[in-house]
Design a binder for this molecule. Structure first.
Ligand code: FAD
Length: 383
């Protein structure tokens, strides 16, 4: 076993940190409550980081998931917010694994160069929630393509994306054998949808550019279908491990641990640094330990994935531990800052709000626990 970070990953980390230093706390604060970090996303795209997982033959970086993890982790560790653009990394896999050569040739080079943004991922619906098999948005096959009708909710970054990866129903639930059948994935060009597609922003406790989307007869061509009709659930599921690993990396709470320990070492009350008190020091040390443990499982999950080995248990464990560790670190950091933790100019309250999301989305930790309980430990199904 070798736990040393390979030199090339260290180089990536340093380069991403350097780019992020151009986008300090002031930049992110000025965007609150709902401005999109266009300049940041553009800089990441220009540097090639958002195309890391696109193969070189299509103009991408041709890097593996271990490298993508370092990119997202470093963005958040630098105080920036990877959630503004992370979806491109994990939705890409669906196109890569299941898209036709024509789709890949048409879209991937443009996504890699930044000419097109694939930032929107439309799965969740109000009536289905965590039970994706209950989605009701339909894609009806017509002579010249498909017509989409229905509603998605929490489709983040839709206003800042050209393309959306959409999961829709191509057969009614009563026509299919298994509840996971009859769903299909489409690559929808939102620019061509006209008035039939309405995007409504949702204000949330964090700046996440999330929206609800209404499809009122959106017409898309036949070649918008990704892979085979009816196999969409399977395609979305097989991208889940990468999504879990990338999200775990993004929410590793290094920013909070560094911010808290540095503040606790400087801030003096009762004539000594507050960090000299164990009541302040130990929660930060505990959070550090939790973050390190989560980080190791995440590295293992990424390694398994890149080796083509099963990684469901590790990917889910990493997402669970990393989201909990970052929340633990966020609380330790806020407590260490006392009242100042609530002042926007310290960035703690902003990062605190951003971090709370990870135990709920893109998948709630209850569902992650159910996966571990049922699929890894073999206990009875709860749903
Ligand atoms: C800011 C934000 C951005 C998002 N971005 C996207 C996006 O880009 N694309 C997209 O498709 N979705 C997105 N989502 C949706 C997100 O994936 C869902 O919110 C999440 O999966 C939970 O679904 P839900 O909100 O419908 O909760 P529900 O399914 O209604 O669940 C509510 C609560 O009940 C619990 N629960 C439900 N069933 C069970 C069970 N069987 N056992 C135990 N507990 C259970 C859940 O864990 C949760 O705590 C986003 C959400 C947010 C808040």
């Amino acid at each position: 076993m070798n736990f040393a970070l390979p030199a090339e990953l260290g180089d990536i980390r340093a380069a991403v940190a350097d780019l992020c230093s151009d986008f300090p706390g002031e930049y992110w604060r000025a965007l609150e409550p709902d401005g999109y970090p266009d300049a940041f996303v553009e800089a990441l795209t220009k540097a090639g980081w958002l195309a890391a997982l696109i193969p070189e033959e299509y103009g991408g970086g041709g890097l593996d998931v271990a490298a993508a993890c370092v990119i997202l982790e470093e963005i958040n560790a630098s105080g920036c917010n990877a959630a503004a653009c992370h979806a491109q990394m994990y939705t890409m896999g669906t196109l890569l694994r299941h898209g036709s050569s024509a789709q890949k040739e048409r879209y991937l080079p443009q996504i890699a160069s930044g000419g097109l943004r694939l930032q929107a991922f439309g799965v969740t619906e109000p009536g289905a929630g965590s039970d994706t098999t209950k989605i009701a948005t339909t894609a009806e096959r017509m002579s010249n393509g498909y017509t989409i009708r229905g509603q998605k909710i929490w489709t983040s970054r839709a206003e800042h994306s050209d393309l959306m990866l959409l999961l829709a129903r191509t057969r009614a639930p009563e026509e299919v054998e298994r509840k996971t059948d009859g769903l299909s994935v489409f690559l929808v060009d939102m620019r061509a949808a006209g008035d039939a597609l309405e995007i409504r922003p949702i204000r949330t406790m964090l700046n996440h550019a999330t929206t609800e989307i209404f499809f009122d007869g959106v017409e898309i061509p036949h070649d918008a279908l990704v892979g085979e009709e009816g196999r969409g659930f399977e395609y979305i599921l097989d991208g889940m491990n990468v999504e879990r690993i990338l999200i775990a990396s993004e929410c590793i709470g290094r920013w909070f641990v560094a911010k808290a320990s540095s503040y606790a070492s400087e801030r003096a009350v009762f004539g000594r640094p507050i960090g000299a008190n164990q009541g302040v020091q130990f929660p930060i040390a505990r959070a550090y330990a939790a973050v390190e443990a989560a980080s190791l499982v995440r590295h293992k999950a990424a390694w398994l994935f890149d080796e083509g080995l099963p990684c469901g248990a590790e990917a889910n464990t990493a997402k669970l531990l990393a989201s909990e560790a970052s929340w633990q670190a966020a609380n330790a950091c806020l407590d260490a800052h006392g009242g100042y933790g609530f002042a926007a100019e310290y960035d703690v309250e902003r990062k605190f709000r951003e971090t709370r999301l990870y135990s709920v989305a893109p998948i709630s930790n209850n569902l992650v626990l159910a996966y571990l309980g049922q699929h890894v430990l073999g206990m009875p199904r709860s749903y």
